[in-house]
Design a binder for this molecule. Structure first.
Ligand SMILES: [Zn+2]
Length: 326
């Protein structure tokens, strides 16, 4: 769900409410628009917040150079892998939680929901009213568009849903706390909320925050640490039932691209744009790809080692938390 970028002015951390925010020295460049952003860090919960967002309307940050098209965000081969991965996630949800109703916040091409619908689940997607037309017009998955005025009151019956999923969406929201409170209201007691986000406390993030693939400023407004996310859910009366790395492809690619970025720090994510194809690739500089490909001999083995270390230590590039509403 895309949001209008706003400059956040803060005294306390929105995640943990402690007065422990400070300005970090990181200057991070958006690989799409080349605009630069800074980061605040909360010493207490380890989360980061993107700063300096008032430069462009959100459409410019979420344009075709980022999303590609409704046919897919990636070239056909990568899109097939992406779809397969989401179907696997959907089956995991079904086998573990047997929901009769599911709400996904921001569903994009709705691979998770379409799979669950085939399994007989009643599927709903919540999108911001400003989302792309092809997302809002998906009749298959009951897309409900939410205007800015409705953000404090989602248009569903209380406790209607048996599973609510934020799949790589929570970090995009300008007010994730309100979204969490709204989700809690429409989630049945004893049922599960699932949030999957990039993990800023992972080793791949700490390797070089400004060139970390999953930082993705300014589309990512909040950068959650694994512990910060867990504490946030516990504070909102959830019992944590499972914490996993969630997505092997995201974690491994996070390593590869973040390491490759170290060789072309002024043109990051070139390999990713190449894999996306279409407009993202057409609008990318080509020399950095050559450098990123040639240095694969270094970053492939290093990335594999990093991936294994993250899996063993639990400091994975992305983290998925399953929490039960008390
Ligand atoms: Zn905090």
């Amino acid at each position: 769900m895309a949001n209008t970028p706003v400059t956040i002015s803060l005294s306390a951390c929105p995640i943990c409410q402690q007065n422990t925010l400070y300005q970090t020295p990181h200057t991070c460049t958006d690989y799409v628009t080349k605009h630069t952003f800074t980061l605040l860090k909360c010493q207490a919960c380890g989360c980061y917040i993107t700063q300096g967002l008032s430069q462009l309307p959100s459409a410019d940050y979420y344009g075709t150079a980022y999303y590609n098209s409704k046919a897919g965000k990636f070239s056909p081969l990568i899109e097939t892998i992406f779809r397969f991965n989401h179907k696997r996630n959907a089956r995991f949800f079904y086998q573990h939680f047997h929901p009769k109703t599911i709400l996904e916040i921001g569903c994009g091409r709705a691979y998770i929901l379409r799979e669950l619908k085939q399994l007989g689940v009643q599927v709903y997607c919540l999108e911001s009213a400003g989302a792309a037309e092809w997302i809002l017009q998906n009749k298959e998955v009951n897309v409900v568009s939410l205007s800015t005025e409705q953000e404090n009151g989602w248009p569903f019956e209380p406790e209607f849903f048996q599973l609510i999923v934020f799949w790589h969406v929570f970090e995009h929201l300008s007010d994730p706390i309100t979204a969490l409170e709204q989700a809690t209201q429409v989630l049945e007691k004893g049922k599960v909320l699932c949030i999957s986000v990039p993990n800023v406390s992972s080793f791949q993030a700490q390797l070089g925050l400004a060139t970390w693939f999953h930082l993705d400023v300014p589309r990512h407004l909040f950068h959650f640490s694994k512990n910060g996310l867990i504490e946030l859910l516990e504070k909102h009366d959830y019992e944590i039932i499972k914490v996993t790395s969630g997505d092997a492809i995201q974690n491994l690619f996070g390593w590869f691209q973040s390491l490759a970025n170290l060789f072309t720090p002024s043109a990051t994510n070139t390999l990713y744009r190449f894999l996306q194809g279409g407009t993202p690739w057409r609008t990318a500089a080509k020399l950095p790809l050559l450098i990123q490909v040639l240095t694969a001999i270094i970053w492939v083995p290093m990335g594999l080692i990093g991936y294994v270390i993250e899996e063993v230590t639990g400091r994975y590039g992305t983290v998925t938390v399953f929490a039960k509403k008390k």
